[in-house]
Write a protein that binds this ligand. Structure first.
Ligand SMILES: [Zn+2]
Length: 325
């Protein structure tokens, strides 16, 4: 199994958001990648400039960031040809490493737009090196720029940043420098393609929590009736938890919380985030985490706070009606 450390540069509608193509807001103009073997030794490099097709001029932000002109890009290869060569170069068994979470999503959006949508059909497991740095050196939530991290780890800065191959090289340096073997269990999952059916649904167990990714549903209501979505299962023993607090939503109905208790392992808190996939269907990302009494109390307080807010709103509406009389 090799590692493909990939970086993309992209352009967006130079005329602003209202002129962007809905399913491809960012058009890839450069791809760079470094191949590492299992021991993290570099065994290959890939680089291509891509001739823009959708947006014929560079957005001012792209101009600021990327060291490329339209003239240079027009000498690049058509997207499909460049990516076909890239996928061949990747080989059979590999896992992507990227800086942040966007590159795989944008790659697949571009592939779909240019008629290559059939290469990947399921969620893709990958390593987000930006997240790894945060988990190893910071609080796990902070996200730093590649330049910051390269500087922080004293990896040298001889080539300019925001050039796809250089950024891929820098990301590879970071991988070679950090405790990659230890941290790579914290992999990420790209959901451009969500699970197609019940069987493909994902249950990923990490050190301190479990992540579940559901298949797609036509409506949010249908989704929030699904037994598997609503289940609170203890990831330590696989048993169903007794619900202490049923799923409740904050007011925007995009996230839900619940609290259960496993006979053997104690409190389990759950959080569901509702998302809409690229194909229009709704799916759930549920995380469950074993917590102590203090952790359980936070869920109770959240519920009380939302209840109180709703009560307050009802009181105000009643008051306004009274005044209207
Ligand atoms: Zn348990």
């Amino acid at each position: 199994m090799n590692y493909i450390v990939m970086d993309l540069e992209w352009n967006q509608s130079p005329l602003g958001k209202e002129f962007e193509i809905k399913n491809m807001p960012f058009e890839i103009i450069e791809i760079g990648a470094v191949k590492l073997d299992e021991q993290l030794n570099e065994i290959g490099r890939f680089h291509k400039l891509i001739k823009p097709k959708a947006y014929k001029d560079l957005h001012y932000k792209t101009k600021e960031i990327v060291h490329l002109t339209m003239e240079e890009l027009n000498k690049g290869e058509p997207f499909a040809k460049a990516i076909k060569a890239f996928l061949e170069w990747c080989g059979e068994e590999y896992i992507f490493c990227t800086w942040g979470t966007m590159d795989l999503m944008e790659l697949q959006r571009n592939m779909k737009y240019f008629g290559m949508g059939e290469v990947y059909t399921t969620p893709i497991k990958f390593y987000d090196i930006q997240k790894f740095f945060s988990l190893l050196y910071e609080d796990g939530k902070q996200r730093r720029t590649l330049q910051y991290v390269v500087d922080y780890l004293h990896l040298g800065e001889e080539f300019p940043f925001h050039s796809a191959l250089n950024d891929a090289l820098y990301t590879a340096f970071v991988i070679q420098h950090i405790d990659f073997e230890h941290i790579r269990k914290n992999y990420s999952i790209d959901c451009y393609h969500i699970p197609a059916n019940r069987k493909e649904e994902i249950h990923a167990v990490f050190d301190t929590y479990e992540k579940y990714i559901s298949r797609g549903f036509e409506t949010k209501e249908e989704l929030m009736l699904d037994r598997e979505v609503l289940a609170l299962t203890c990831y330590a023993c696989g048993k169903n938890c007794r619900k202490k607090i049923r799923w409740f939503s904050n007011n925007n109905s995009k996230t839900y919380h619940a609290l259960g208790v496993c006979k053997e392992h104690g409190y389990l808190k759950g959080k569901i985030r509702l998302k809409q996939a690229e194909n229009g269907l709704y799916y759930a990302i549920k995380t469950t985490k074993l917590v102590d009494e203090a952790g359980a109390e936070i869920v109770r307080q959240k519920q009380n706070f939302l209840r109180e807010k709703r009560r307050e709103r009802r009181r105000r509406i009643a008051l306004l009606k009274d005044e209207g009389r």
